[in-house]
Each structure stands twice: as C-alpha cells, then as structure tokens.
Design a protein around this ligand. Sequence first.
Ligand code: GRF
Length: 206
Amino acid sequence: MSGTLKIGVLGSGSGSNMQSIQDAIEAGSLDARIVSVVSDVPDAGILRRAERHGLDAAYLDPAPFKTKLDGEAEARTIAHLERRGVEVVVLAGFMRIVKPGLLARFPDRVLNIHPALLPAFTGIAAWRQALDYGAKVAGCTVHFVDAGTDTGPIILQRAVPVLEDDTPESLHARIQAQEHEAYPEALRLMAAGRLRVEGRRVRILP
Ligand code: GRF
C-alpha cells in the first residue's frame, strides 16, 4: 500500500465513528479516503451520514443469516469493496460477525472498534456489562479482526473512569467520545505504515 489509504466502512448503526474518520480526513489530519460505505440495515444512519458527505453508500442485503455475514452475502460484499479499490476494511458498529473469506481477502486489513477495554467485556453492550460488573475503569479498543469475536490483536486502547452516578447511556457517551479520537488515530498509524502485527502483539513503529 502506498499513497492515500482507501477505506471501506461497514456499519449497522448511526455511523458516528464513520463520521469521526471522515471529519479527520476533511480536516487534513488523516491521509485516507472513504471509498465505500456499506450497511446491512437499509435505513441505517451511517448511510444517511455518508450520503451527506457525498460518499459512495450502499445497502447490501445480508440474507440469509441474522448474525453473521456468510456465503453469498460475504462474496457480494467482497466484490463490492474490491470494485471500489478498498485496501482497509473498517468495522464501525457492524453488528455481524465477519467470516474467514473476508478476512482472507484483507489479511491484517480489517479493523474493529469495541466499546470496552478488551479482553474484558466482549460482545453486546459492553459498556453496560462494565457498569453492571462494577468496573471503575472502562474504555474502548481498536483491534485487528481475527476469526474470533473481539479477540484480534489490539492496536490501541483509551480508558475512561466509571463515575458513581453513571447510567449505561452516560458511560456509553463518555466511551464514544474516546472512540471518535481512537479510530482516526489508529487509521493514521495504519496509513503511515506504522503498524506491524507480530503474533498477538501489534508493534507501533516510530
Ligand atoms: C460503537 O459504540 C462501537 O464501539 C460499537 O458500536 C457502536 C457504533 O456506533 N462497535 P456508531 O454507529 O459508530 O455511532
């Protein structure tokens, strides 16, 4: 990879992380271009946000599975991303498990953001899990995606305090504010060729 990093974003929700990446690009602090935004939810906010920025945005029917992207749907998604020259796939609130086909096509090139300090609190609504558990520190993790769920090599993490009067919503908002800095930062490192995966560890080159 050389030159401006071509990013494809997969998301199912509001798209605030995609927005933070696009904002960094537009501000000139990230040498990248979002060349494709794909959602498995037809009316997802991420598609509307993408269109507002003039980005290529598409709904891809994820049938037949409810929780994963497999078979036909995965093949269509790969072809869609390839046609747009995607080099790095960014999962931003994508509520499906991606399967080995996509990972094999983009080796060490699929990133995810998770709203917890992994390996604690994998899976759904991780901020609520942290609150219910009584954790005093929460946060977010940007990581490479591997065949497991929220298990890939960690690129960077940002911590936030859990406050006495936190609700799931207030804690999630504090974590999301960090996500919106962490994802562009991870992509800046990626775009600069400064990430090297060595087994479980991601080395950040000077
Ligand atoms: C974020 O909290 C992210 O950590 C999780 O899903 C949420 C997506 O939010 N994986 P948005 O669609 O980027 O606003």
